[in-house]
Design a protein around this ligand. Structure first.
Ligand SMILES: NC(=O)c1ccc[n+]([C@@H]2O[C@H](COP(=O)([O-])OP(=O)(O)OC[C@H]3O[C@@H](n4cnc5c(N)ncnc54)[C@H](OP(=O)(O)O)[C@@H]3O)[C@@H](O)[C@H]2O)c1
Length: 286
């Protein structure tokens, strides 16, 4: 019987919930294995390369990758999935036919959870408004655009929003538009489909749980729904504000589970449903 060797590369890794999720999946399947945290310092390119080599030789069966290595590791693998190519970020390493494949399960994980928790049955009745233009925003914009939504990307550094749009444009047919924070009031007042507002900044994350990325001076557009990638504290300030305004809102804990379940299935070829269920239970979302 295989002893599954799995883990997470990143730095720092102190508060990761990933071990709880993956260990719950192993337990639910009755499988032997471990999911360990492997801190790799930001400047330690040799260590990162060594971990990729361990996946190639099968010494470890699969790894997740988080900040600050998601971009750097994309240059070390043998092959990238389309989601990883488009986003330029890898959060999952697995082995296929002797090669190391870099995947990005954040995009599919985000979209699966957003559709499950918000009324997004017909994506074309919505337009996306993504706050932030970092790595997670790339995955979110890619997912929304692939679902057929026009997406506006709002960043405090306009050049970052422009770079995101330039990088994703070849991969999607939906319209992507960079915008500045001070354009928000005019933007959300424009008539058109409902707004799906997604927070892809760390604003509101513990220990700064009192903060919200939505400016107090900007009225909520209607109809609209809100998805906050932040999930600690629960509920986030943004989710509380949106619900108080009568808007459907969800935080990012479900996305964490969905991206983890997709990675676990890639590594082990386990059936998805029991894995998801075990992880949802472990996250307190069942
Ligand atoms: N739920 C999940 O499964 C999941 C998955 C991935 C990420 N996340 C969460 O998503 C958030 C973003 O992660 P990331 O990897 O994309 O980080 P990142 O690459 O550092 O990007 C963060 C983005 O937010 C912007 N930002 C930071 N502080 C801001 C502020 N005070 N006001 C306005 N914009 C601000 C940054 O702008 P500058 O570059 O100008 O600072 C950047 O555009 C984090 O909280 C992360 O924990 C959740």
């Amino acid at each position: 019987m295989t002893f599954w060797r799995l883990g997470l590369l990143g730095y720092p890794l102190g508060h990761s919930r990933s071990p709880t999720l993956h260990q719950a999946a192993l337990r639910a399947l009755g499988w032997e294995g471990e999911y360990r945290l492997y801190p790799v310092r930001p400047t330690d390119a040799a260590a990162l390369q060594a971990w990729v080599a361990r996946v190639r030789t099968g010494q470890v069966h699969g790894l997740n990758v988080t900040i600050p290595h998601k971009t750097a590791v994309a240059r070390l693998v043998d092959r990238l999935t389309p989601a990883a190519q488009a986003t330029g970020a890898v959060n999952t390493l697995y082995r296929a036919a002797g090669q190391v494949v870099g995947d990005n399960t954040d995009a599919a994980g985000f979209w699966a959870d957003a559709r499950a928790r918000l009324p997004l049955t017909d994506p074309t009745a919505w337009r996306g408004l993504v706050l932030g233009a970092g790595g997670a925003a790339r995955a979110v914009v890619y997912a929304l655009a692939r679902a057929g939504m026009a997406v506006w990307v709002v960043a405090r550094r306009p050049a970052q929003a422009q770079a995101l749009v330039r990088a994703l444009a070849p991969w999607v047919t939906a319209r992507l538009t960079p915008a500045a924070w001070d354009a928000l009031p005019r933007l959300v007042a424009q008539p058109g489909p409902a707004w799906l507002i997604v927070n892809a900044t760390p604003v509101g994350m513990a220990p700064h749980g009192d903060a919200s990325p939505w400016p107090a001076t900007v009225p909520w557009p209607r109809p609209a729904a809100v998805y906050d990638l932040v999930y600690a504290p629960r509920p986030t300030r943004l989710v509380q504000q949106a619900r108080a305004a009568g808007l459907p809102a969800a935080d990012g804990l479900g996305m964490l589970v969905e991206q983890a379940a997709r990675a676990f299935v890639r590594w082990t070829s386990a059936a998805c449903e029991p894995v998801r269920e075990a992880m949802l239970r472990a996250a307190g979302l069942a």
